[in-house]
Design a protein around this ligand. Sequence first.
Ligand code: ATR
Length: 292
Amino acid sequence: MQIDNRVNGKTKVIALIGNPVEHTISPYIHNTISSLLGHNLIYVPLRTDKHSLEEATLGLRALNISGFNVTVPYKREIMKYMDDNSRDSLLMGAINTVKNTSGKLVGYNTDAEGFLRSFKEESGEGFEGKRVMIIGAGGAARAIAVKIAQEGAEKICVINRTISKATEISETINQNIGNIVSAAEYSDENFYNGFENNQIIINTTAVGMYPEIDETPLNENYFESHHIVYDVIYNPRTTKFLQQAIDKNAKPINGLGMLVYQAILAYEIWTGTKIGSKKSREIFDAISSMKI
Ligand code: ATR
């Protein structure tokens, strides 16, 4: 019989806490990275009940875990249990990555930087001087909007079903980064007005995610060929929203790159290893070809 020696006394453990965690593909990404780099590190999802979040956080520290990811629905709530949070994550109002340095827990947000890297990689463009529309005003929208503002966008319009959440994002950015964000309610009229003046349109809502694959945040197809259209959804790879973009010869990008790059950035934080662009691309290609 073959001995399974993948885990031994020196194995570094990285966890994912959230609820639910059963459908996550993050273990595939992180364990692929650790195999590729020859690191003795294993990544395990741990479903955490909402009443046990503080205990779970203290427990992970007590067990001297190297670090962990945080997913839905705890990305904001867990910040209060950290010894420190990065400045960016305070503006974004959420963390997804925690590093344990000698018992000190520090929270980071790699979702936004992961989005930025994947956008640049797949479009060949950046955000400087660009006009951007963001659909949705949840945690993902907020992190992405902060990052795009920091990158020097000219204008950002946040459109959301609940206007107060869009306004909250615009106020945070206008007060802390630059007066460039407007907020609007989710309506055909607000989508239509000035839509063609944007260069980049980003869907951050779950509308169109499997199994509701026939849904899209846009009732009418307002896309034009000059648009770059990003959907944070990666299942399915081509959402109806991205299909609308394809139908108008616009450039479609799905959320798989964001998922892979936020993971690569988190891995870099935990291990101090720099994963170059060639290896990052290899990891992205491997995960892209996986059936999910
Ligand atoms: P995430 O962390 O992934 O951003 P979230 O914080 O729950 O998730 O935010 C989800 C966003 O999608 C919200 O902006 C939500 O709109 P509301 O603020 O009005 O709730 C938006 N959203 C979700 N389902 C939607 C739907 N069916 N139509 C329009 N917007 C929707």
